[in-house]
Design a protein around this ligand. Structure first.
Ligand code: ADP
Ligand code: MG
Length: 250
């Protein structure tokens, strides 16, 4: 009998309160969420429902208030501050709404940053960056500066950077919000291909219904809670069936 895989993310009764007293904002009101290895999970819901708060706690860049949040078996809520940077560097990749590329570095250098921080030698990091930019269709842009790239191209650089260290978990916050629909779909197709080919887990926060079909699973949030998907939500494509093997009881 094979045992179930250890979840990459496991949240139980997770809460987050910003501020206190009369001005307290209850951003998360008891979230239960499990993300499995190799899964592209989309977290959807209206603006202000707590999506960014939830992935920020999972990514260990924001403290939760109560409950449990385990990432790769590590208890994030009780992790020492000084242990978090190394944890993020080793296990996590980030791809945010504003692409956050360094304007003074070329595309290849931007992708190389997490590798260099992780101790890679410059030449080797640059070679790996070029390989990644090739995978995202930007082989001819390795030396371009961010300002010379379109929004879609910048976002592809950010994706290459997020996958550079082969992190176990990648969090993407509204990765298509600044893109037209064709480019947005290409970017999501790319995230999905990279997720499945490298068996990474990815959480994509979005309220862009045009990209829902790229998900393996969609989880909806409303007012700080996980809620059933609204009827008529477009579902994941059949490509997601590779996950049934993971989900099936053994
Ligand atoms: P979403 O990403 O779904 O739009 P957020 O997680 O950003 O939602 O926000 C959830 C709630 O928490 C909102 O009411 C928002 O105004 C509030 N919030 C977010 N960040 C802060 C903060 N730093 N201080 C106080 N309230 C915040
Ligand atoms: Mg947000």
């Amino acid at each position: 009998m094979t045992s179930a895989p250890t979840p990459v993310v496991e949240c139980r009764g997770l809460t987050k309160v910003y501020g206190q007293g009369d001005t307290a904002v209850h951003a998360l009101r008891g979230v239960d969420l499990v993300v499995q290895p190799g899964e592209l999970l989309m977290l959807v819901g209206p603006s202000g429902c707590g999506k960014t708060t939830l992935i920020s706690i999972i990514a260990s860049v924001l403290d939760g208030t109560e409950g449990v949040c385990r990432v790769l078996g590590h208890d994030i809520l009780h992790m020492r501050e000084r242990d978090k940077p190394a944890f993020r560097l080793q296990h996590l990749g980030f791809c945010f709404q504003a692409f956050n590329l360094n304007p003074c570095l070329s595309a290849a250098e931007n992708v190389a940053v997490p590798l260099l921080i992780g101790g890679w030698r410059y030449g080797r990091a640059l070679a790996r960056s070029r390989e990644l930019l090739d995978q995202v269709g930007l082989a001819d842009k390795v030396d371009a500066m961010p300002e010379q790239l379109s929004g879609g191209q910048q976002q592809r650089v950010a994706i290459a950077r997020a996958f550079a260290q082969e992190p176990d978990l990648i969090v993407c916050d509204e990765p298509t919000s600044a893109l037209d629909s064709t480019t947005g779909e290409k970017v999501l197709g790319l995230i999905r291909d990279m997720t499945h080919s490298t068996h990474r887990s990815v959480i994509v926060v979005t309220h862009d219904a045009r990209i829902f079909r790229f998900a393996d699973r969609i989880v909806a949030m409303e007012d700080g809670r996980i809620v059933p998907l609204p009827p008529g939500t477009p579902g994941p494509t059949p490509a997601a069936s590779h996950l049934t093997a993971v989900a099936a009881p053994s």
